[in-house]
Design a protein around this ligand. Structure first.
Ligand code: ZN
Length: 209
């Protein structure tokens, strides 16, 4: 019995030490790993206005961000989807967690019953304060690159920003229900501006890291 007790104590100490090692070990391989998540996809179109689907706008912008970031040394980019496929929200978060990514950026477009309302929002989870600064930086960068109304950052409990284990933001790139903004959101020239902003923001987050 005494032996069993001391074995348990020994095991507990070993586990504690191992835990401390895992937590403290720098996972820094010099590579900053970004996951870009184009919202919706496949059977889930997201917001729909006429024959325009949010999922397509999100993917177009996200692919541009990926291509720009992929050219940077020291940055690895992964996409939760790079075509029109459906993924659940949990699958998206699990994907980033399994990769042990450093930053998660979900790309969306917004919709509202007020057709005059436009601009950009960035959401982060209040459960994860480490996401606040990245949200501020990316929000500012995209607003600057596009000239759109800067609606600031907000907290939300969306699954992808909550269940991911790294700093995570969800950017609403504009309002599809505002006809002027919708015309911009489907224009590749404007999409590239949004992508430039996200790219600038991610670089700024990394240099702030
Ligand atoms: Zn969406």
């Amino acid at each position: 019995m005494k032996l069993l007790k001391s074995s348990i104590v020994f095991l507990a100490v070993v586990l504690l030490l191992w835990g401390a090692l895992v937590l403290c070990a720098p996972k820094d391989d010099g590579i900053f790993h970004v996951v870009i998540d184009p919202g919706h996809g496949g059977k889930d179109p997201g917001a729909v206005v006429g024959d325009i689907y949010e999922k397509d706008i999100n993917l177009a912008i996200a692919l541009m961000v990926r291509d720009k970031l992929a050219r940077e040394e020291g940055i690895k980019v992964s996409m939760t989807r790079d075509n029109d496929t459906f993924l659940s929200l949990t699958e998206r978060a699990d994907f980033a967690n399994d990769l042990n990514a450093d930053l998660y950026v979900s790309v969306h477009a917004n919709a509202l019953d007020d057709e005059t309302y436009s601009g950009i929002f960035t959401f982060y989870s209040a459960d994860k304060p480490s996401s606040k600064k990245p949200a501020e930086i990316i929000q500012r960068a995209v607003s600057k690159a596009t000239g759109a109304i800067d609606r600031g950052i907000r907290t939300e409990y969306f699954v992808v920003i909550r269940e991911t284990e790294m700093p995570a933001v969800l950017i609403e790139t504009g309002f599809m229900t505002c006809s002027e903004e919708l015309a911009l959101l489907i224009d590749p020239v404007y999409q590239a501006k949004v992508a430039d902003g996200i790219y600038d923001g991610v670089l700024a987050v990394i240099s702030n890291h």
